[in-house]
Design a protein around this ligand. Structure first.
Ligand code: HPA
Length: 276
């Protein structure tokens, strides 16, 4: 038997997700590294589905530590928090990396917030700072829209990516905090950090931020016409910027330290979105 198209798999997962939640969600938040603690005070869960229970989601790399989708209500807005992102560097195809976001969108989310932890190339950004993504450089050498063509009911794959990161949503975010910085995010496959020479190259190319996620999810979301807000938490200065070596532990720790402040900001942003 031939494998169903990834979008058909996502439709199947969306049907199961909606059944399990009882009603369609409105907004999805993809929680990146450093963001897990940010959801603690956001609201009481009103629904939860383990990724294990949804078709097409990859098995967890550590047994018992799979991802999950948690539903919370912010006023009358139903917000789906997606925890447990998978990455290209785990050996997954682009279609698998974007499966959770496609599932959320096909279940009803017309707005998606895509978050990540990243290195700062722009020296104006400090560790612990949140930066809105204004645009991206997809340096993964792949696209979730490659492969067999989508069923005819879907938009064509030659998607325009002008304003991929919604100016309207960025303006709403600046309504919460007028000092919110914006930057260009370079998405690389990883999992190693960059060399200082690569960071110099990325700076010349116009990047302010660097990480290993987000870009494929944004492309998949725009293909399905969802509105995207991208937000990066700076966990470290990029390679070669401080003279210090980069360490994964430091990146994780910076995320943990920023958890509460990030959560407050995320909560305020969701409230503003619900009111808009
Ligand atoms: N580079 C790439 N990805 C990252 C970094 C970085 O410096 N920090 C957190 N994710």
């Amino acid at each position: 038997m031939t494998e169903p198209h990834p979008l058909i798999r996502a439709e199947q997962a969306a049907t199961t997700l909606t059944e399990r939640l009882g009603a369609p969600p409105d907004v999805a938040v993809v929680l990146g590294s450093g963001w897990a603690d940010s959801i603690v005070g956001l609201g009481e869960p009103v629904g939860e589905v383990a990724f294990d229970d949804l078709p097409g989601f990859p098995p967890p790399s550590v047994p018992g530590h799979g991802g999950k989708a948690t539903l919370i209500d912010i006023d009358s807005m139903r917000v789906l928090l997606l925890q447990g992102r998978v990455h290209l560097y785990e050996g997954h195809a682009a279609s698998v990396v974007v499966h959770p976001i496609r599932t959320a969108i096909l279940a009803g989310c017309r707005t998606v917030m895509i978050t990540n932890g990243c290195g700062a190339i722009n020296p104006a950004y400090g560790v612990g700072q949140l930066v809105l993504i204004a645009d991206h450089l997809n340096l993964t050498a792949t696209s979730p829209l490659g492969g067999p063509s989508a069923p005819e009911s879907y938009p064509i794959r030659f998607r325009d990516l002008t304003d991929a990161y919604s100016p309207r949503l960025r303006a709403i975010a600046r309504g919460v905090d007028p000092t919110f910085a914006e930057g260009v995010y370079a998405g690389l496959p990883g999992p190693h950090f960059e060399t200082p020479a690569e960071i110099s190259m990325l700076r010349t190319m116009g990047a302010d931020l660097v990480g290993m996620s987000t870009v494929l999810e944004t492309i998949a979301a725009r293909h399905l016409d969802a509105e995207v807000l991208g937000m990066s938490l700076v966990t470290n200065a990029a390679a070669g910027m401080t003279g210090e070596a980069l360490s994964h532990d430091e990146v994780v720790e910076a995320g943990r330290d920023a958890g509460q402040a990030v959560g407050a900001r995320l909560g305020a942003l969701l409230e503003q979105l619900a009111a808009s």
